[in-house]
Design a protein around this ligand. Structure first.
Ligand SMILES: CC(C)(COP(=O)([O-])OP(=O)([O-])OC[C@H]1O[C@@H](n2cnc3c(N)ncnc32)[C@H](O)[C@@H]1OP(=O)([O-])[O-])[C@@H](O)C(=O)NCCC(=O)NCCSC(=O)C[C@@](C)(O)CC(=O)[O-]
Length: 281
């Protein structure tokens, strides 16, 4: 299983501002754990997400020496993509492409159609700077606004977006409404249909439904999972009540049960967990 740790999603909606030095120390600790990828920051408007205004400062100072961990930064427009592309350390740019019109507007001030045009330009930038583009299908399992959702809509957008050069798609349950049946249906349909693409699960969960969601995705062939220690965070642009991320601890438990090879250092993971507890109180 591939673990993507998402401190960016964990603290983007957190108040007050976490001092940059503390974020840096925590991210360096996460690097020592050995995650495949860390979704560590975003290059977005500081007015929209004040917590992330120090991503460039942090990027310059991260210590990746001797590490195989990849860095992923979220971008929502060309300006953010250009800023992220300037850093050699960042291998992946993630774009939240919402299939709910309401959320796309709330999150990026762009319609789905405008967002598609943005992705084209960001994909060009990625190709020019040799970065990998990761598309999050936000509200990928439904939305709280009453916008039409169907698994076929996910399929349709994956088809269109895959032609722009994205090799990785993370199906995002942005507000934790995914039904087990839909999770199974989508991964079962997508994974064999696009053997050249990687599909991941970016779940937000309630304390009682983490297991059935992971299990449904795993049984359908998904091996890429996003999580955040302590299950913290959520997207503040989605709704007032944040629905926490999939707790990394639960992902690790699940992986052990499945006898998956774990490439994470348990001691360093425990240290990171303690550090994060101190950060968020
Ligand atoms: C897209 C905009 C900018 C549109 O916002 P806007 O107000 O339409 O943009 P604008 O072009 O009018 O600019 C507004 C201000 O932001 C600045 N600005 C503009 N762009 C940038 C930039 N790249 N970097 C730094 N500053 C920027 C710009 O310079 C200006 O500053 P001012 O002149 O007023 O001082 C805004 O809505 C935004 O930044 N949104 C961020 C949304 C966000 O970060 N959401 C959370 C991450 S996505 C997520 O959590 C979902 C995910 C990935 O986890 C998966 C899932 O669960 O679904």
């Amino acid at each position: 299983m591939k673990f993507i740790e998402c401190p960016r999603d964990a603290w983007q909606g957190f108040h007050p501002f976490i001092p940059s030095e503390i974020k840096l120390e925590y991210l360096n600790q996460l690097i020592r754990v050995g995650f495949d990828t860390i979704d560590f920051g975003s290059f977005v408007s500081p007015k929209a997400i004040p917590q992330m205004q120090d991503t460039a400062w942090i990027t310059e100072r991260l210590d990746l020496s001797g590490s195989n961990t990849n860095l992923l930064a979220i971008v929502v427009n060309e300006r953010g993509a250009a800023d992220a592309c300037a850093f050699e350390q960042i291998g992946y740019l993630g774009y939240p492409f919402s299939i709910s019109e309401t959320f796309q507007l709330r999150n990026t001030q762009a319609t789905i159609a405008e967002s598609f045009e943005r992705v084209k330009r960001i994909a060009d930038l990625c190709a020019k700077h040799k970065k990998e583009l990761v598309i999050y299908i936000s509200m990928g399992f439904g939305n709280p606004y009453g916008d039409v959702w169907a698994p076929e809509i996910v399929m349709e957008w994956v088809e269109k977006l895959s032609k722009l050069g994205a090799n990785t798609f993370s199906l995002a349950d942005t507000v934790g409404v995914a039904q087990v049946h839909d999770i199974g249906w989508l991964f079962t349909a997508l994974i064999p249909h696009y053997p050249e693409l990687e599909f991941g699960a970016h779940f937000h969960t309630q304390p009682d439904d983490w297991r059935i969601k992971i299990q449904a995705a795993y049984d359908a062939g998904c091996r890429r999972f996003d999580g955040a220690l302590l299950g913290y965070g959520g997207c503040p642009m989605a709704q007032d009540d944040l629905v926490g991320n999939m707790p990394t601890e639960r992902l690790v438990d699940f992986a052990k049960e499945q006898k998956e090879l774990l490439c994470l250092d348990a001691n360093e993971l425990q240290k990171a967990r303690t550090m994060f507890q101190q950060i968020v109180g």
